[in-house]
Design a protein around this ligand. Structure first.
Ligand code: AHM
Ligand code: MG
Length: 335
């Protein structure tokens, strides 16, 4: 009957975090509290993005010319929501946001042990078109003797305690992973107001003939980058070339790549020798997710992305991330 087919043993993100905490005897609960604050910011940002889309639709119907302004405000709203959530958690000592030039220190939070990096609304140039955007985050722990300095966040991704991203698409998805752990995907159930574990232990397929890159930049690419992408356009063993998929929103391109396999790349090139994407809140968190899901992530020098140490908080890097075998192929073209 209908009632027996209803899953009554749902794993919410709240339950998941509590269960994770009990696995670690030494845990103080501080990290769990920080995650609850993160969770709230995702729900709130998701809500405002949905509302803005409605405003946008009425704008298209010719009722308002304020659409552009409202959309621009969304970047600011997302940033403010994230900052407030981190501040009110009491557990965040410092925060790096794509939207803030300088580090935000929460000096009054004595006892706060975490340093957080985030891109509150990644892909925001797509907002007007209603294309998926999302929040990317990485969490570091302060050094034992530190009360929170720049050095606590200018760390390689290998030291990340947790990282992940959300994608506010047809539904809001959250992908999160902890150090040495699996990757888990949650879907926001709007009627419960809860993130529900829908994709436990996500594993990226070992290979898939899909590539995702902004080819408009190809005239600036280095020769080996050009040869690699050209090779994908030739018929493969299957008899067919790769398919191209590029949304222009890292969270959406990465989420699809995680589920289906293939490669997402934003290479460094002659015009942007450091690449476009930022290490702390775009490259490193995504690299951690992909590695923990069985994939790989490297920079344009084919170094492991997670080992790259940012020189400044908004430092950039070229990036290739995706299926294990595909990244091996990228490396073979860059020898
Ligand atoms: P943003 O943080 O200003 O939104 O820029 C990051 C975005 C990524 O989401 C996406 O992968 C990339 O920029 C797209 O760049 P381009 O438009 O050059 O292809
Ligand atoms: Mg961004």
């Amino acid at each position: 009957s209908e009632s027996t087919s209803v899953n009554t043993d749902i794993v919410t993100l709240t339950r998941f975090l509590t269960e994770e905490q009990t696995k670690h005897k030494e845990a103080t609960g501080d990290f769990t509290l920080l995650c609850h604050a993160l969770q709230f910011s995702f729900k709130a940002i998701s809500y405002y993005i949905r509302r803005a889309t409605l405003v946008n639709l009425t704008g298209l119907a010719g009722q308002s010319n304020a659409t552009g302004d409202d959309q621009k405000k969304l970047d600011v709203i997302g940033n403010d929501l994230f900052i407030s959530a981190m501040r009110s958690s009491g557990k965040c000592a410092l925060l790096v946001s794509e939207e803030e030039e300088e580090i935000i220190f929460f000096k009054s939070h004595t006892g706060a042990r975490y340093a957080v990096a985030c891109d509150p609304i990644d892909g925001s140039s797509n907002l007007d078109a209603g294309v998926s955007v999302g929040t990317i985050f990485g969490i570091h722990k302060l050094a034992d003797d530190s009360s929170g300095t720049k050095e606590d966040i200018l760390r390689p991704g290998t030291e990340l305690l947790a990282a992940g991203f959300t994608m506010y698409g047809a539904s809001a998805q959250l992908v999160i992973t902890m150090k040495g752990g699996t990757v888990n995907g949650f879907t926001l159930d709007n009627s419960f107001g809860e993130f529900i574990l829908t994709h436990p232990d996500m594993r990226i397929p070992k290979q898939r003939a899909i590539y995702s890159v902004n080819e408009g930049n190809s005239s600036y690419w280095e020769d080996n980058t050009i040869s690699y992408f050209n090779s994908l356009k030739q018929p493969q063993e299957s008899g067919k070339p790769y398919s191209a998929r590029y949304i222009g929103s890292m969270v959406a391109d990465a989420y699809r790549t995680l589920l289906y396999g293939g490669i997402f790349a934003y290479p460094a090139d002659k015009k942007s020798p450091k690449g476009k994407l930022r290490i702390l809140y775009e490259c490193a968190p995504m690299a951690m997710v992909f590695e923990n899901a069985g994939g790989q992530a490297v920079n344009s020098r084919m170094e492991r992305m997670l080992e790259v140490v940012p020189e400044s908080i908004h430092d950039r890097s070229g990036i290739y991330l995706g299926s294990y075998d595909e990244i091996e192929k990228v490396k073979s073209f860059h020898k």
